[in-house]
Design a binder for this molecule. Structure first.
Ligand SMILES: [Zn+2]
Length: 283
């Protein structure tokens, strides 16, 4: 009980106690399974950063769920490459809001646990749809930010690139200090191709394969997010979904743990480490 009280105080999560009771058996199963694994793939989405206070854009509580923006277009249109070409100011306005929502926020226990796993496994890879840079900030070194990073900016005309800690002081829409053309955010806009370099890294990682695949806080709507799960499934690799809600892929996963990322991963890590012999290295 003491531990639960401390945990509750530390993270201020709603519904911590009922959730823990609900997912404890499955989490124990996964912890045991994890001890037999040497390589791990984490696929993460907005749900993992929601525990840092970032809004999710889809699903329950999504700030744009089922509604249009004040510019009269859906958020997906505002953040599309077509809109950026025709009305860059509109795209920048909503990109800046996403940045503002993440400003001053930090990685949470879920990001920390994933980073802490790296030294204990041969390979831990993070395929993330999040553009907040939290996995790298938490210390993960093998991260594939498949949708880019909000803090990377580049010129639409010349080779100018920069990285900013936040958008404070950035005049919107920003122009290139080198050639005066429009600066764009280093994120993949709707209707745009994924960065070839990141796709190549993903393909390479999937070719190497994994002993277990986790999907954390994502609805898995994009094919390149669902595909690694389906591939793992077809190869008999265990798959685990951590999400408070069911998703289109829930039926495919071997285990669905209905909980919030930070709660579940903290619990999983504690159980995993409890099963380690004292003479094995730990973090
Ligand atoms: Zn330029």
């Amino acid at each position: 009980m003491v531990q639960r009280t401390e945990k509750h105080k530390r993270y201020h999560y709603e519904n911590t106690l009922p959730e823990r009771e609900q997912f404890s058996d499955d989490t124990e199963r996964v912890a045991r399974l994890l001890r037999t694994c040497r390589s791990v793939l984490f696929i993460t989405g907005a749900g993992i950063s929601a525990d840092s206070g970032l809004p999710t854009y889809r699903g329950a509580g999504g700030i744009y769920d089922g509604s249009t923006t004040e510019d009269g277009i859906p958020i997906e249109s505002a953040l599309s490459v077509d809109t950026f070409r025709k009305r860059p100011g509109v795209t920048w306005k909503y990109i800046a809001r996403i940045e503002a929502a993440s400003r001053g926020r930090t990685p949470n226990r879920a990001h920390e646990v994933i980073a802490a796993m790296e030294p204990l496994f041969d390979r831990v890879c993070v395929l993330t749809q999040n553009v907040d840079g939290f996995h790298a900030a938490a210390g993960s070194t093998n991260v594939i930010p498949i949708h880019g990073n909000l803090h990377d900016l580049r010129c639409t005309s010349c080779s100018y690139r920069t990285s900013v800690p936040d958008y404070a002081g950035l005049e919107l829409p920003p122009t290139c200090p080198s050639c005066g053309a429009m600066i764009r955010p280093g994120v993949v806009l709707f209707g745009e191709q994924l960065a070839a370099s990141e796709v190549e890294r993903l393909v390479h990682e999937l070719e190497l394969g994994f002993d277990i695949v986790f999907s954390v806080g994502t609805t898995s709507v994009f094919p390149y997010i669902a595909q690694p799960v389906l591939q793992a499934k077809s190869r008999g690799v265990p798959t685990v979904e951590i999400n408070p809600e069911e998703t289109v892929l829930t039926g495919v996963f071997d285990v669905h743990i209905a909980g919030r990322a930070a709660n579940v991963l903290d619990d999983l890590w504690r159980r995993y480490r409890a099963g380690h012999r004292p003479d094995t290295k730990g973090s």
